[in-house]
Ligand binder design. Structure first.
Ligand SMILES: [Zn+2]
Length: 65
């Protein structure tokens, strides 16, 4: 057991309450793409490419209209 003095419940950004969670990334701020690469042995390697969500700019939230 560790003795932590950090408050996890007090760190919530109140400004997020006035915003809507981004529907494109679900509030994560990131988009995941499945990508296939051919490596030097001509084997297919699956990769997950993570990009910043362009809709919310990586914040996970969009402004409420
Ligand atoms: Zn987004």
């Amino acid at each position: 057991m560790s003795d932590s003095t950090e408050e996890t419940t007090g760190a919530f950004d109140a400004s997020a309450l006035q915003q809507n969670r981004c529907p494109d990334c679900g509030g994560s701020g990131q988009l995941h793409f499945d990508s296939e690469n051919i490596n030097e042995n001509f084997e297919v390697e699956k990769q997950t490419v993570i990009t910043e969500c362009p809709r919310c700019g990586g914040t996970g939230y969009v402004k409420a209209s």
